[in-house]
Design a protein around this ligand. Structure first.
Ligand code: NAP
Length: 312
């Protein structure tokens, strides 16, 4: 299959390109700069010069391809506009792909978030839980992006084999340089202890990014239209265990942060709203439908591998 991919230089995309090539696909990767073009070429893909801002270019690239994988995101918009701004930029991109692919049955696989069905559901999220529709009631959280997820799923009704791969908060490996796990490690170093909220029993799901790459390939190759897939290996690791893993590696104490201190800009700062929440999720439908089997190390094993602590 001739596959157009965006975000090929990023944490997820840099694993997806080699996974696709190893699977026998021809890959065309979007690149907005000379250095991104060099990275895309080194990974073995053909370079398509352009950017997420050029909707016509994206539409044309999608129309020429047999399938599209979209994992780029306008992270540059986060500081000024939050997730709403990122989602606002992403929606027209998805609709442009929709125009290019409508009626063809070709696959469009885009990245989403395990936070999509909502946090603190009281049970693990499943693939059958839709992205929550509202963005007005819950501004500034992961839910803003759900408008985009629903738009992608909606393209199935227009003859696009569209699906969303939901990623957990932690997608770990050596290329995870800016995710929540490195941010928690930096916090622990800065504060001199590894904190966890309350009793630390809240659960975060996690996955190794190489298993994510395999899932994108499987969804592209054979995933039915209009589905959410869960890129989840650890269905729920307690926050306390994550803090203990960090503390053990850094040889720092592991300390509970009382719940009533969490909402002031204390230990977790901007991460407070995520750090206190539950994001467990199951992967049964994904495994059963696509035959996906996560094979890489789990979160706590990978955390203990040492690559997150190069100088410690
Ligand atoms: N990583 C996680 O743990 C995690 C968790 C939940 C959801 N997700 C979602 O999964 C997706 C992939 O995440 P990631 O961690 O792989 O992202 P990442 O490492 O931040 O990579 C972002 C990619 O987007 C490209 N990009 C940004 N702005 C662009 C623009 N204006 N034009 C063209 N390309 C542009 C970047 O290209 P350059 O090289 O040119 O900068 C880069 O390839 C995202 O949608 C993310 O929100 C990730």
């Amino acid at each position: 299959m001739r596959v157009f991919i965006t975000g090929g230089t990023g944490h997820a995309g840099s694993h997806i390109i080699p996974e696709l090539i190893a699977g026998g696909h021809e890959v065309i990767g979007l690149a907005r700069s000379d250095s991104s073009a060099a990275t895309v070429a080194e990974l073995g893909a053909t370079v398509h010069r352009g950017s997420l801002e050029d909707l016509d270019g994206l539409r044309q690239a999608a129309a020429k391809a047999d399938g599209v994988i979209h994992v780029a995101h306008r992270q540059d918009l986060l500081p000024s506009g939050g997730m709403d701004a990122v989602a606002d930029a992403e929606l027209p991109i998805m609709l442009a792909y929709g125009e290019a692919l409508a009626g063809t049955g070709k696959p469009l696989v885009a990245a989403g978030s395990i936070g999509g069905p909502g946090q603190d559901l009281g049970r693990p999220a499943t693939e059958d839980d839709p992205a929550l529709p509202s963005r007005e009631e819950d501004k500034g959280t992961l839910r803003a992006r759900n408008v985009v997820e629903r738009a992608v799923i909606g393209l199935a009704e227009q003859g696009v084999r569209s699906s969303i791969v939901r990623l957990p908060l932690v997608a770990h490996d050596t290329t995870d340089t800016a995710g929540f796990l490195p941010q928690l490690i930096t916090l622990a170093k800065d504060k001199g202890f590894a904190g966890y909220p309350g009793d630390g029993a809240n659960l975060w799901s996690a996955v190794h990014i190489r298993d994510v790459a395999t899932l994108f390939r499987l969804a592209l190759e054979s995933g039915p239209a209009g589905k959410y897939w869960h890129a989840v290996q650890d269905e729920g690791v307690s926050f306390r265990e994550i803090a203990e893993g960090i503390g053990s590696r850094l040889d720092l104490p592991v300390v509970s942060i009382p719940i009533d201190e969490l909402m002031v800009p204390g230990y977790f700062g901007a991460l407070a709203s995520l750090a206190t929440k539950n994001y467990p999720a199951t992967n049964f439908v994904t495994r059963q439908t696509l035959g996906w089997e996560p094979l890489q190390p789990t979160l706590l094993v990978d955390l203990d591998n040492g690559h997150y602590f190069p100088n410690d």
